[in-house]
Write a protein that binds this ligand. Structure first.
Ligand code: NOJ
Length: 487
């Protein structure tokens, strides 16, 4: 569950005003509790998204801080300090992930840190009350039955409290520039690991399988530290950023599986999430296109929708054959495309304005998903949703795909079913060389996966059965942009 807490929704709920209540426009805490109970009856786990790096500016702590005079202890829960020179310049040159300076000035002249929007002041994690309060928040949700947490901006909690200038742009969190090998004043600092260990102890106080996964944009070499500190998993965003190219896929798969095995952990896989252009569209663009820039500037005519969908389906069969945890983003199983032509005046993501209107933002992958072929919100609700759905949205709906054996929904359903038998055993992969444009490996179960990312069809290796294919072949040929599962 993306953040569902009370929030002014300046960043889709990643600006939390009260961590112990549900945003009133979504429902109530009683409904959330009933939802968790009901999900459990169906064998589903519920993992809320916890946002510890920053609160909303509407959180009582920040309100207190702003209402208190300079020097008052309530300011210490945040990073509120004097500016440079005569105080009129921000304390340093840090920039926000959403664009612009990472500091905003309070009316009395002091500055507060926000690595994201100004509505999202960063908490000071060296403060004992912050540490204590979040442990209580974890307990609150664990008592309500939460099965764990996705920890937002998990690599950002610790800051160099001397606030040194960086000498360069903080950059876009999502383009991988959050990956820092050496010293950085606010990304991926060792001090944050202590906090993780405290949280893990809280999770371990509770019965059942409770887990936490870090949303951390860190290099693979750092992952073992996060796991050793207490995380059960760390998102691996390599596939999310990879172009449709066999060499990239081969490297990512091999490195991720090996790295996880070295520390006795399971790898994770993410092809899509609510921060990135949907893969059906990403893969339909020429390889060197910057999909974020393309959203705004186009030309939209370069998009090859058919190739995009073919590749998205083929990528799904790669991911779902791999050992470890696969994270699916709602609508991915329908092959939903990015809604790239949302009019500028409906955009909700703060990225658009904060970037000086140079980045369109993430709304195009967040358009509410269609359940039914028609209806006011295509089955998403009983009124028009906060982002407009395209007129043909119903074509992608669950209803439209449910009885169609060739649909993307059917592909995901079959793959997930087969995955239980063929892909959950030993994590070992035997990699085969079937040419530079092919990704091919065998699982210990006897499942062989062949993905053709080249420009020519290839012959299928010898096999007993074809279990599943992302395209339609034909016959014993692996078509261009097709993945097959063979026994
Ligand atoms: C990562 C979330 O996925 C993104 O949607 C959000 O804007 C930032 N964290 C800030 O909380």
């Amino acid at each position: 569950m993306n953040p569902w807490y009370k929030s002014p929704l300046a960043d889709g709920g990643y600006d939390v005003a009260d961590y112990r209540s549900i945003e009133p426009s979504y429902g109530t805490i009683e409904e959330a509790s009933a939802f968790i109970t009901e999900a459990h009856k169906h064998g589903l786990k519920v993992i809320p998204d916890l946002v510890p790096n920053h609160t909303s500016e509407d959180h009582r702590w920040f309100r207190d801080a702003v209402a208190s005079p300079i020097g008052h202890p309530s300011r210490d829960r945040y990073h509120i300090v004097d500016g440079r020179d005569d105080g009129s310049k921000p304390p340093n040159d840090w920039t926000s992930v959403f664009g612009g300076p990472a500091w905003s000035q309070l009316p009395d002249g002091q500055w507060y840190l926000h690595l994201f929007a100004p509505e999202q002041p960063d908490l000071n994690w060296t403060h004992p009350e912050v540490r204590l309060e979040f442990k209580e928040i974890l307990r609150y949700w664990l008592r309500l039955g939460a099965d764990g947490f996705r920890i937002d901006v998990a690599h950002g909690l610790a800051k160099d409290m001397r606030y040194p200038s960086l000498g360069k742009d903080t950059g876009d969190l999502l383009d991988g520039s959050g990956e820092v090998e050496n010293y950085h004043p606010f990304w991926d600092r060792d001090e944050l690991l202590e906090i993780v260990t405290e949280w893990r102890a809280v999770l371990d106080e509770f019965d059942g399988d409770r887990m936490m996964i870090a949303e951390a944009w860190i290099p693979p070499t750092r992952v073992p530290k996060y796991l050793a500190a207490g995380y059960h998993q760390v998102f691996n965003f390599k596939l999310l950023k990879a172009p449709w190219r066999a060499s990239d896929y081969r490297d990512i798969v091999e490195q991720s599986v090996t790295a996880a095995a070295e520390v006795g952990a399971t790898p994770t896989w993410v092809l899509a999430n609510h921060d990135v252009v949907r893969e059906t569209t990403r893969f339909g663009l020429p390889p060197e296109t910057n999909s974020n820039a393309w959203l705004l500037d186009g030309p939209h005519s370069i998009l090859d929708k058919d190739a995009g969908l073919r590749r998205a389906r083929a990528a799904a069969l790669i991911m779902l054959s791999l050992p470890g945890g696969c994270y699916l983003y709602q609508g991915q199983e329908l092959g939903l495309p990015e809604v790239y032509d949302l009019p500028l005046d409906v955009l909700d993501d703060p990225v658009f304005e904060r970037s000086g209107r140079t980045r369109k933002g993430r709304d195009g992958c967040r358009v509410p998903m269609p359940w039914t072929k028609d209806g006011i919100a295509f089955g998403f609700g009983e009124s028009k949703p906060w982002l407009p759905q395209p007129v043909n949205w119903g074509e992608h709906s669950v209803e439209a795909q449910r009885d169609d054996k060739s649909s993307t929904l059917a592909l995901y359903e079959q793959a997930l079913k087969l995955r239980k038998d063929w892909c959950t055993g030993s994590p070992k992969l035997d990699v085969f060389d079937l040419g530079p444009d092919v990704v091919a490996y065998r699982r210990d179960s006897g499942l062989m996966v062949v993905a053709n990312m080249g420009k020519e069809p290839i012959e299928m290796p010898s096999h007993r059965d074809i279990l599943l294919r992302s395209g339609d072949g034909p016959g014993k040929v692996v078509a261009v942009d097709e993945t097959v599962w063979i026994a």
